[in-house]
Write a protein that binds this ligand. Structure first.
Ligand SMILES: C[C@H](O)CC(=O)SCCNC(=O)CCNC(=O)[C@H](O)C(C)(C)COP(=O)(O)OP(=O)(O)OC[C@H]1O[C@@H](n2cnc3c(N)ncnc32)[C@H](O)[C@@H]1OP(=O)(O)O
Length: 685
């Protein structure tokens, strides 16, 4: 078995292979970096070594610097735990080495991995290797010289694109751009790299120190112009991400003052960005997304996943056709059932449109379309259900209809078949009430990227809170603007326009029934529908939707809002309440935090960070804020509790703090701290 660490082997040809191994992704953890320093020193010292090849074992070069160290900085508040790798390893030991060093890359070279490789004197890569600098997605900037060496190797426009979009390129493109010196089959990688290193030593190939190159930078005015354009663009596309501007500033310093000054500047500002709230949030989101696939008593007890080859999907609407598309793309046979041939045809057409849409977006090749669509069959009865491994019901949110379907499919499917529902709001125990197969209807756990039930439950106060504010006299468009500035892609009203009022009303009713003690029922959606408005569906909602232009606030919606206010009559003294933009955000999101507390208290999710992931993936809660619970802990449970208490006195039960929040606030414990479920609540897992 290969051992974690760094090895050095010197061949008869006088080439030392320095290889590091740190599965699963060869992250550059501190012991690996120390090991590299030690082995390079040995290779330089030894007279039998003429040249060096640096490589990663296990089919991957490296996914970059160890992100766990960032987490340590965030937990301790001490950025000095960051080792000096940029100058001491990449510049002094590698780039300025007296012996030539060639990087042999395969699999992936990301972040610090690619940066170390760019410090080497040449790079040889296997086909299909991913090369990129995705540091900005973690709230930091490349910190091992990437902001300086990448522009010098591939030119400024491409380097800015790779860093600001955090989008890796393939080694094939890398070769065209000059980032890679030669592309060779994986089996040849070490052989060619050794020879290349010897050729440099023997002056048959150039000995290039990337940081000293200037040939691809262009004139100073051209460079400044490009950077300024990128700055303006980043202001629009990443307004809450200061690291984008810091990255561009750092690139500029290197261009104006020279590569080495750029590296020093990069090192200096890196320590600031790594300690920022943005980095805290994004690193938390990175780890919480990966933690979701670790479910205690499921993934740690050696359970083998059941093989699913054929799935029946009931309902060919938006959800059903989307699910069917995802399944056939994963090579699973799907029978799509509808109630009549008209609906069935519509469902099959939407799946086909989804698949063809992927071709247009470049995510699927044309030659795969027919094969993918051949995995789909439309049916009008249950006869095809006799050999399915799973049924997913995706019909409208109606309890009697779902109950009827479940009692029917129970009879039509084989005994091993998993019965699943796509409900977003209805209690699963109710769905399965009319069957004798409760054990086959699984309570969902948060697994992979599937947010499951928790996100809709947690976020039900989100749109209710927004409606409550409107009925208290706050302007809808102001609410949307405040929520967008907080970092969600759109506000709650534009979201309702886009999602459709039918869905919002059906879900709203189910949730209001389930949580009647703390629900706010707004008449507004019904009034809008009555007035012939149905959001984006018919181009008329709170906003006007016209092809080719951004949705525009529609003033003609205001009298309908006034009517809603008259009906609810909740404005204190009949006058609109006065609130700041921050209060708007808090009056909508603190009730969501409050509901998250109940979800945690009831043990519906394995860990608080699963709600963070669910909120980011399911509700587009801004990942730079780490997720709903992480953000709540940054604000402080005490402040949230005090505000909710105050608003519950002014505006009613909707804001009443939960027992869990009250306890955490008074005892000064973060909401994310694990707890044993309360004696009154039963774990739902
Ligand atoms: C100073 C420098 O400039 C700063 C840096 O280098 S910052 C790091 C830059 N690199 C990155 O952002 C890459 C981050 N990693 C990824 O995007 C993906 O993990 C990947 C594309 C490499 C692999 O994806 P995939 O195969 O789906 O595996 P994935 O589940 O994500 O990761 C496997 C494991 O490796 C861990 N991991 C991945 N990259 C890591 C890293 N750079 N450091 C530490 N752990 C890492 C993951 O946390 C996960 O751990 P787990 O099994 O305990 O949950």
């Amino acid at each position: 078995m290969m051992k974690r660490g760094v090895t050095l082997e010197v061949g008869n040809d006088g080439v030392a292979i320095i290889a590091f191994y740190n599965p699963p992704v060869n992250a550059l953890a501190i012991p690996i970096l120390d090991g590299l320093q030690e082995k390079f020193a040995e290779a330089v010292r030894r007279d039998d070594v003429k040249a060096i090849v640096l490589t990663g074992k296990g089919g991957r070069f490296s996914a970059g610097f160890d992100i766990n160290v960032f987490e340590k900085v965030h937990q301790t508040g001490d950025a000095s735990v960051m080792p000096d790798v940029s100058i001491s390893l990449v510049v002094n030991t590698i780039e300025d080495c007296k012996k030539p060093i060639v990087a042999a890359l395969e699999g992936l070279a990301l972040g610090g991995g690619l940066e170390v490789a760019m410090g080497c004197h040449a790079r040889i890569a296997a086909p299909g290797a991913q090369l990129g600098l995705p540091e900005l997605t973690l709230g930091v900037i490349p910190g091992l010289g990437g902001t300086q060496r990448l522009p010098r190797l591939v030119g400024l426009p491409k380097a800015i694109e790779i860093m600001l979009l955090s989008k890796p390129i393939m080694s094939e493109e890398g070769k065209k751009l000059g980032l890679i010196d030669a592309l060779v089959a994986s089996e040849e990688l070490l052989k060619v790299s050794r020879q290349w290193a010897l050729d440099i030593a023997n002056m048959r190939k150039p000995w290039v120190r990337s940081l000293h190159r200037t040939d691809k930078i262009g004139s100073l005015s051209e460079a400044r112009n490009l950077i300024n354009i990128a700055r303006q663009q980043a202001k629009k596309t990443a307004p809450n991400m200061p690291q984008h501007q810091v990255c561009l500033d750092t690139i500029e310093v290197g261009i104006v003052q020279g590569g080495y000054s750029g590296v020093l500047q990069e090192k200096k500002v890196f320590n600031d960005v790594v300690s920022s709230d943005t980095s805290k949030g994004l690193v938390h989101a990175f780890f919480s997304q990966r933690a979701t696939s670790k479910v205690p008593n499921v993934t740690d007890v050696g359970l083998k996943p059941r093989h699913v080859k054929k799935v029946a999907v009931i309902g060919g609407g938006l959800m059903g056709s989307g699910i069917a598309t995802a399944l056939i793309l994963s090579n699973i046979f799907v029978v799509l059932k509808e109630v009549n041939s008209e609906y069935l045809l519509k469902g099959l057409k939407s799946v086909e449109a989804n698949v063809r849409g992927l071709v247009t977006k470049g995510k699927l090749t044309q030659d795969k379309v027919q094969k993918t669509l051949s995995m789909l069959k439309g049916v009008l009865d249950y006869s095809e259900f006799k050999d399915v491994d799973m049924v997913i019901e995706a019909v409208i949110e109606s309890v009697p209809l779902k109950q009827k379907i479940f009692s029917e499919i129970e009879k039509a499917c084989p005994a091993h078949c998993i019965l699943a529902t796509n409900t977003s709001t209805i209690d699963l125990n109710i769905v399965g009430e009319k069957t004798s197969s409760q054990d086959r209807i699984k309570v969902p756990v948060v697994v992979g990227n599937c947010a499951g039930f928790a996100v809709n439950r947690t976020f039900f106060p989100y749109s209710q809170g927004a409606h409550l504010l409107v009925n208290l006299g706050v302007d809808v468009f102001r609410i949307d603007r405040a929520i967008s500035s907080f970092g969600l892609p759109m506000g709650p009203f534009q979201l309702q326009d886009v999602a459709g009022y039918g869905v919002a009303m059906a879900a709203g009713k189910v949730l209001a029934n389930a949580f009647s003690d703390r629900s706010f029922m707004s008449p507004l959606l019904e009034l809008l529908l009555k007035n012939g408005r149905n959001g984006k569906n018919n181009g008329k909602g709170y906003y006007i939707f016209e092809r080719g232009s951004k949705p525009k606030p529609d003033p003609s919606v205001l009298p309908i809002i006034e009517e809603s206010r008259r009906l609810t009559n909740i404005m204190p003294g009949g006058k609109p309440i006065s609130v700041t933009d921050q209060e708007i955000v808090e009056m909508i999101l603190f009730p969501v935090v409050n509901e998250a507390c109940r979800v945690l208290d009831e043990g519906i999710v394995v860990r608080a960070s699963d709600l963070d992931t669910a909120s980011v993936l399911g509700m587009s809660f801004p990942s730079f804020r780490g997720g709903i619970v992480f953000w709540a802990d940054t604000v402080g449970p005490n402040q949230i509790y005090a505000s909710l208490k105050k608003w519950s006195k002014l505006y009613g039960n909707f804001f009443e703090p939960s027992r869990f929040l009250e306890e955490r606030a008074t005892r000064g414990i973060p909401l994310s701290a694990p707890s044993s479920p309360s004696p009154t609540s039963k774990s739902r897992l």
